[in-house]
Design a protein around this ligand. Sequence first.
Ligand code: HEM
Length: 337
Amino acid sequence: MSNRRPNFFYHLHPPTIPTREAGPFYTFGLGGISLLLFLVLGITGLIEMFVYVPTPDGAHESIRNITYLAPYGWLLRNMHFWAGQLMVGTVILHMARVVFSGGYKSRRLNWLIGVALLFFTLVLNFTGFVLRWDQDTAWALMVGTNLIKSIPGIGTALHDFLIGGENVGAPALLRFYTWHVLALVLVASVLITWHIFRVRRDGGISHAKSAPRVGREQLVRLEILAMLLTLAALFGVSLLVDAPLGPPADPTALITEPKAPWFFLWIQELLRVASPFLAGILVPIAILLVLGLLPYALDRSDEGIAVWFNQQGRIVQLVFLIILAGAIALTLRGAIR
Ligand code: HEM
């Protein structure tokens, strides 16, 4: 580094960083990996837009064109699909890291931005899933949007606004397409930029006050390594496993075993035992609210920053663990059905 001017990436970090936090076993690079996957999604999605046709007659066929006719289109589509699935995983792991290391302390606004990012990651994934326009996605869209109808008072109006009419059809696909490629991406990009700016503003990654420090070069090197490994893993899985594509959506066909996308299987399981309004609307909203409020209502102390499983944050850790374990258990139950 010595005489050279530090490049843009160095400025994402303060000039010096506490020794432990500059190593691989504090953040595990999970925030940075989530960011990388978001960028990969943006680039691969942009290229797919040149071929994808957002109409009920054209959607499924255009995805087959991407997969079978466009040069390396299959690889591009696989990378877009797998980056989306991986990102759900890395965002949840990143959140768990922040909870168990007390990283939310003194960084409570950024925690809230993070909860919003979790929501946008899931909704972006769902709207992308709908664009496949095969049997599964048509069913999931119908069930998902019907849940909205169960909201007292405004449900029907909100439902009709979201899908552009009373029934799922061409306007619904066009609307989900616009949400997916533009509106949600824009909001998520602004939130991610704000989130990372806040990390920098908060004095870098959370750390104990008097920790010894090293230059930021070590962390930047590790981040580049983490990015290369992530890209290699994404590339490997995309070469080996194809993104799913079922038969084209047919409103007259009966689906015997309809399944929600894996990240919403827990909601589908809840729907088996509770009313649509409770399982599909109230519980998800309550979970987001509880998550958002965790560092405000259950741990207001700034003791134990950057201390794994710190004493002061025990209740926050426990509540988070209960929510996570519940969601994983329901997802597994839904998956093996
Ligand atoms: C699109 C999704 C997300 C991206 C791209 C992202 C990115 C990042 C990055 C790059 C960092 C700094 C390095 C690191 O801690 O790994 C960070 C820190 C942080 N993130 Fe996220 N994040 C996302 C989602 C979330 C979520 C879901 C939460 C929690 C609800 C969250 C809460 C935080 C907090 C509180 C910090 C500061 C932690 C500390 O200083 O120890 N983020 N994020």
